[in-house]
Ligand binder design. Structure first.
Ligand code: AMP
Ligand code: MG
Length: 341
């Protein structure tokens, strides 16, 4: 069975053809990232306009690469929530139009659930039930998955998402956007024990909070920055420039990253304990972080708990995971119609 996946929940436009929920025949992703860089974050209006311009070419590209025609497609699976409203609207409208014109069944799927499914594209024998941790630019959530139509939320962030905290800390350290990979690179040279940051506590133990640590990084950085007065020309006023020593900057990045990872591990292990499962699946953009992957494996290597990660490309937003999840749910008799919103 061939499923065409369509993903437009944030700044990416993705289309993919997946066979029987496993074999990726194509996975095309076009990102508007470069257009958002100068703003330091995703601008929804820019994202949806770029998606409108690229979605036809991206989908045609995915069909061509998979060597299939639209008439061969058995299901269109599209991200229907959660995400930026304008962006989701582009994908959903496009998917509905193809479904109507070609008489192909349609299914709207949850973006966070598709991040969990990404693991099934490169691991063969994952047994249900399991606990899943999704860490991305917009979400930080723990789920208990009995099947893909029986997913129980266990906890989520109360404020910033984990990836958002990486992005904001990168902005404070003037590294650029998106911040996650830049923090990871800088942290490799830093001492992760030098600064004692901590993530705020939460009333519900499986919830998360990252806004406090982000503010702590801001205050620490301000306190340890050197402020210079820069002399300009006679016409222009002087301005003050703050700089921070490279060594200290890498230590801040490393200490921040380590604290966040330790919190993710602690809460994920607690969720597994409470749910009495020894399988933990991780997904979302932050799951591409090498230190996070390494620490999850280190912390669990002497226990019966097994951690699963998608390959790195499938951690980030893509349509293959949307197609895969669509297949799985469709086989359970679930589908949508043109009323999908
Ligand atoms: P997503 O929302 O799933 O598309 O993931 C994007 C988010 O993942 C952004 O907030 C990125 O900063 C973050 N991210 C991507 N790569 C990494 C990395 N290597 N380490 C930490 N965060 C990352
Ligand atoms: Mg994204």
């Amino acid at each position: 069975m061939y499923v065409l996946g369509i993903e437009t929940s944030c700044d990416e436009t993705g289309a993919s053809v997946v066979e029987d929920g496993r074999r990726i025949l194509s996975n095309v992703v076009s990102s508007s990232l470069n257009f958002h860089k100068k703003y330091g974050g995703v601008v929804p209006e820019i994202a949806s306009r770029m998606q409108l311009e690229t979605i036809t070419a991206v989908t045609e590209g995915a069909l061509k690469e998979a060597r299939v025609f639209l008439k061969d497609i058995d299901l269109i699976s599209v991200t229907s929530k959660p995400g930026l409203p304008g962006s989701l609207l582009v994908g959903i409208s496009f998917a509905k139009a193809i479904s109507l014109a070609q008489d192909i069944p349609l299914l709207g799927v949850d973006h966070t659930h598709s991040h969990i499914y990404a693991n099934f594209l490169n691991h063969k024998n994952i047994r249900l039930p399991f606990v899943a941790l999704i860490v991305s630019g917009g979400h930080t959530s723990l789920f208990y998955v009995q099947d893909f139509n029986r997913i129980q939320p266990l906890g989520q962030t109360q404020d910033d998402a984990c990836g958002e905290a990486f992005d904001k800390v990168a902005k404070i350290l003037r590294l650029g956007y998106p911040g996650g990979p830049l923090i990871e690179k800088l942290a490799r040279r830093g001492n992760n024990k030098r600064i004692k940051f901590r993530c705020s506590g939460t009333v519900k133990p499986l919830n998360f909070s990252f806004s406090g640590i982000k503010t702590a990084v801001l205050y620490y950085t301000q306190l340890h920055s050197k402020v210079h007065s820069v002399k300009q020309s006679a016409e222009k006023a002087d301005y003050r420039l703050s700089t921070i020593d490279y060594r200290l900057k890498s230590d801040i990045a490393a200490s921040f990253q380590e604290t966040v990872i330790d919190t993710l591990i602690k809460k994920s292990l607690l969720a597994c304990k409470l749910k009495k499962t020894n399988r933990l699946l991780i997904g979302g953009g932050v799951a591409a972080n090498n230190r996070l992957r390494e620490k999850f494996f280190l912390e669990t290597k002497n226990s019966s708990l097994k951690c699963y990660f998608p390959v790195k490309d499938l951690c980030l937003d893509n349509a293959a995971m949307v197609a895969g999840l669509g297949y799985r749910l469709f086989k359970r008799g679930i589908s949508s119609n043109l009323n999908l919103t």
